[in-house]
Design a protein around this ligand. Structure first.
Ligand SMILES: NC(=O)c1ccc[n+]([C@@H]2O[C@H](COP(=O)([O-])OP(=O)(O)OC[C@H]3O[C@@H](n4cnc5c(N)ncnc54)[C@H](OP(=O)(O)O)[C@@H]3O)[C@@H](O)[C@H]2O)c1
Length: 308
C-alpha cells in the first residue's frame, strides 16, 4: 500500500526521495497545474492529482504542506477519504490547534515527525548519518499494532535510526516550537551575528570572525553530539574551560531565564497561536531577509562560498 505525500516542498522532497531510494511505495499528490509536477517527474516519482478518485482511495496520506494550509485542506478533502484512512502529520501543531481528531473522527490521525529540516533529512540519509524522529498513535481508531508496524517500517525507509520515540501531538508541538524559538532559529543565528559584528568592529578580519562564530559552530556541535555534554567539556583547552564558566556565569542570567520562561508559557497557554494568526508571514519573511541582507556575516558567508 503506497503512501500519498501531499505537496513537494522542503519535507516532502526529502521524504519522497528517501522512500523512493528505499523502495517504499510512495506517490506525490499535487494540485492541478502545480508548478512542482516537472520536478516530481524528473525525480522519477509517481504522482496523483489531489481530489482525484485515486487520491481519495489512498490509505496513508502524509500532509506535507504548510501547517496553516491543513485546516482548509481537510475541510475540503477529509469528507471524501474512506473511513480509517490514516493522515500523517510531520508536526503536532495544526492538529492541536484545530482539534482535527474531533472534527474528523472517521480518520486515523498519526504524528510522524523527523527531527530535522528537509535538506538534512536527505543529506543524512545519503551519508548514513544519524536521524531522529518521534511518533504518536494516540488519535487512531483501529489496528494500533498494524499502524505501529507500518510507522516503524516508514521510519527505517526514511533513514531514521534514533527512535522513532513515542510522544504525543501536544508534547511534540511544544518541544518543536520552544526549541525553534529558544535556540535553533533564534539564539544561535542572532547571537552569532552579534558576535561577528563585535569582532569586525574591533578590526578582526571577517574571514577569521566567520570561521570562529559560524563555520566552527558546525564542528563544535558535531563534537558535542558525538561525545555528550560532559565529555565535551573534557576535550576543550584550559582557556576554553575557564572562558566557558565565565560565559555561563555572565550570560545565563535571570533575564535570559525569564525570556525563556516567557517563550515557553506563551506556547503552553496558546498565546503563540494568536500571534501566528495576527502576523503576516510574508512581512516577517521580508523583514528577516532584509536583516540578513545587511548583515556582514551574510556578506562574508557569500564571499567565502564563492571562493570555495
Ligand atoms: N521545513 C522543514 O524542513 C520542516 C521541518 C520539520 C517539520 N516540518 C513540517 O512539515 C510540513 C511541511 O512543511 P514544509 O516546510 O516542508 O512545507 P512547504 O515546503 O512550504 O510546502 C510547499 C508544498 O506544499 C504545497 N501546498 C501548499 N499549499 C497547498 C494546498 N493548499 N494544497 C495542496 N498543496 C499545497 C505546495 O504545492 P505546489 O508545489 O503546487 O506549490 C508545495 O509543493 C509542515 O507540517 C511542517 O511543520 C517542516
Amino acid at each position: 500500500m503506497h503512501l500519498a505525500i501531499v505537496g513537494f516542498g522542503n519535507q516532502a522532497k526529502a521524504w519522497a526521495m528517501n522512500l523512493r531510494d528505499s523502495s517504499f511505495p510512495v506517490k506525490i499528490a499535487l494540485r492541478k497545474n502545480s508548478n512542482s509536477l516537472s520536478q516530481v517527474v524528473t525525480s522519477k516519482l509517481d504522482h496523483l492529482e489531489i481530489g482525484s478518485e485515486d487520491f481519495y482511495q489512498s490509505s496513508f496520506v502524509a500532509l506535507l504542506i504548510p501547517d496553516e494550509e491543513h485546516d482548509h485542506f481537510l475541510k475540503v478533502h477529509a469528507p471524501h477519504f474512506k473511513s480509517n484512512t490514516s493522515i500523517i502529520y510531520a508536526h503536532g501543531f495544526s492538529l492541536v490547534k484545530n482539534s482535527f481528531f474531533e472534527k474528523y473522527p472517521h480518520l486515523n490521525h498519526i504524528l510522524f515527525a523527523p527531527k530535522t529540516i528537509g535538506s538534512e533529512l536527505r543529506n543524512q540519509y545519503l551519508q548514513k548519518g544519524q536521524l531522529g524522529a518521534v511518533y504518536s498513535l494516540e488519535h487512531v481508531n483501529f489496528a494500533q499494532n498494524l499502524l505501529s508496524d507500518w510507522i516503524h517500517q516508514l521510519a527505517i525507509a526514511l533513514g531514521i535510526n534514533l527512535g522513532p520515540y513515542k510522544t504525543t501531538f501536544k508534547n511534540e508541538m511544544q518541544a518543536d516550537l520552544f526549541s525553534e524559538q529558544a535556540i535553533l532559529c533564534s539564539l544561535i543565528p542572532f547571537v552569532a551575528d552579534h558576535i561577528f559584528k563585535k569582532m569586525i568592529d574591533n578590526k578582526i578580519e571577517p574571514e577569521l570572525a566567520y570561521l570562529e562564530c559560524w563555520h566552527e559552530l558546525k564542528l563544535i556541535i558535531n563534537a558535542m553530539i558525538e561525545k555528550g555534554p560532559q565529555d565535551f567539556f573534557n576535550l576543550i583547552s584550559p582557556n576554553a574551560l575557564i572562558g566557558a564558566k565565565k560565559g555561563q556565569d555572565i550570560l545565563m542570567n535571570d533575564e535570559l531565564k525569564k525570556g525563556l520562561n516567557s517563550l515557553f508559557s506563551d506556547i503552553q497557554n496558546e498565546v503563540f497561536f494568536q500571534e501566528i494568526e495576527s502576523r503576516n508571514i510574508q512581512e516577517v519573511r521580508d523583514e528577516l531577509k532584509s536583516f540578513w541582507q545587511k548583515s556582514p556575516l551574510q556578506e562574508t558567508h557569500q564571499k567565502i562560498k564563492r571562493g570555495m
